[in-house]
Design a protein around this ligand. Structure first.
Ligand code: 4NP
Length: 156
């Protein structure tokens, strides 16, 4: 199973989602993240995201921003988008129905009409980053449970 988390810049939300998800799934599940724009390519996550993750014992400092590529749609089984604009952009890059089926809105799994998007904390403060961390943590937990039969298949 290969999971890709996607946001706009790949320096705030999707690096947090990558870092959090990695703590929840076994090592044979590959988790990565990407952005829809290449503006921050090669940069480490935003310091506030790094600090917020560190406050929860998660090190995301070594991640590097990269834009989503054509190959990602073949490589990954699941592609989770942090907000609706990102979702629309990612879907527009798919080339067939199989690829489209892999793409979903990250928080859809919560079934909570008030929280369908992970707000962009980039223009906010540390409180916004902490709120986003909590929301992403809930999303990752729900996705882990949803995928549990695939992630931890029952061995007969
Ligand atoms: P992200 O946040 O999509 O969660 O990584 C953003 C990062 C950078 C910008 C916007 C959002 N920016 O405009 O540079």
């Amino acid at each position: 199973m290969k999971i890709l988390m996607v946001c706009l810049g790949n320096i705030c939300r999707s690096p947090l989602a990558e870092g959090i998800m990695k703590t929840k799934v076994p090592g044979n599940v590959f988790v990565d993240s990407a952005g829809t724009v290449s503006m921050h390519e090669g940069k480490h996550p935003d310091n506030r995201a790094v600090k917020t993750a560190a406050n929860h014992g998660i090190d995301i400092s070594k991640q590097k921003s990269r834009p989503i590529t054509k190959a990602d749609f073949d490589t990954f089984d699941k592609i989770y988008c942090m907000d609706i604009d990102v979702y629309a952009d990612v879907v527009s890059k798919t080339r067939n129905e199989e690829q489209r089926q892999k793409v979903s809105l990250f928080l859809e799994v919560l079934g909570d009409h008030k929280n369908t998007e992970v707000p962009d904390p980039y223009w906010g403060d540390m409180n916004d980053f902490e709120e986003v961390f909590q929301l992403i943590d809930r999303g990752c937990e729900a996705i882990k449970n949803q995928l549990s039969s695939v992630i931890n298949p029952i061995k007969n």
